[in-house]
Design a protein around this ligand. Sequence first.
Ligand code: ZN
Length: 210
Amino acid sequence: MMLILLGAPGAGKGTQAELICQRLHIPAISTGNILREALKSGTELGQKAKTFMDAGNLVPDDVVIDMLKERIAQPDCKDGFILDGFPRTIPQAEALDAMGVVIDRVIDIEVPDEKIVTRMSGRRVCEKCGASYHLVYNPPKVEGVCDKCAGALVQRKDDNAETVRDRLTVYHNQTEPLKSYYAAQGKLFEVNGDRDVEVISADILKELEG
Ligand SMILES: [Zn+2]
């Protein structure tokens, strides 16, 4: 089964991707991990991508799409895969269609913006051991101090409320139009992502497994 996971940054795509993988035994593919693998193995495409990243630029669509092509041609994708974070724009979705990749279902995880801001801006990580906390959902025993190693808890730059709002705006402008793109193909399944992880996952699997 070839699947796409859609949803705003912080909507919980990664977690759901993992759960679907375990159940359906297909790999989750994100452009992030394709990039990391290509950089590590030093493939021609990896080197090409690196020149853009070193210059502080985004890797262009055609390079990402070529990397994706290589990735989904690998044997572990023969029964399908889940794309997490790709496509991100209508041109990328069109390129995927043009590649002849026939997507079966597109799962859209919906979470209100303000919930996402609360989720993400409340995250704290330990500087020393990397343990993660949340001011609302998983607070440390002592404010600002790691339970495990007494290291200082800090907020990642990406989790800053303003950065999160900026990323949500980009999502609404560039990625959200994919909902109507795939709805027109009869492939969109919207799920309410403002609930417990297990409840969301049960809904998705019910939809996929019929
Ligand atoms: Zn720690």
